[in-house]
Design a protein around this ligand. Sequence first.
Ligand code: PEP
Length: 245
Amino acid sequence: MRPLIAGNWKMHGSLRESVRLAEGVREGVPGVDLLVCPTFPHLHPVAVALLGSRVAVGAQDCHAAAKGAHTGDVSAAMVRDTGATHVILGHSERRQNHGETDAAVLAKTEAALAAGLVPVLCVGETEAERLAGRAEAVVSAQLEGSIPYGFVTSGGIVAYEPVWAIGTGRTPTEAEVAAIHGTMRHALVERFGPAARTTRLLYGGSVKPGNAAGLFALEDVDGALVGGASLVPEDFLAIARAVPE
Ligand code: PEP
């Protein structure tokens, strides 16, 4: 399967900076799919800047409802309408800062699929959960609770992002990443059948040009979700070039 390198730009940058960033990565990397996820107001201009390129655009969240009295929220169809094709859902910053439960993430994922968006569903344990030996159980429960029917056949993507590795410069060992990705693959195949062997499983959490190749060499690591390093075009492209040919 073609690997995917996705950039989560979070709440960074002016409109001009986001468009420049998009222009900086639009050449892409042969053999690798790229996705960039700017803040809502930058989605359409970034999608326009990337027209005709192989770099896809995604949002960082969407609402579960199709429409209605939800002040400040954005529906999946509105995201799709900007030219975006993907949406990150269940990021740990949303789970922590906005109290998003697995049930809420499930509802958003269903809304994304209904609107024709590809969800990039994030799961991952806290440091306390890992230290308690519960990482695999936590991730399995999140997958079970937040992935709807139709996810696999619609090309849904899963990102394993240990909460303690996000923005900290720390990463699990390669063996720990391989173990969780193996568990996720097994759980998805058990539930959805052989089609889930082609579901892309990304690793996220302090991925940099220097550690990317080791991560991408692991079985069942099909790319990365990148935060900080995705804000520097050279670093983002260097991570994509670290994918084995
Ligand atoms: C993220 O927030 O999705 C992320 C992976 O961040 P960073 O790469 O900065 O750790």
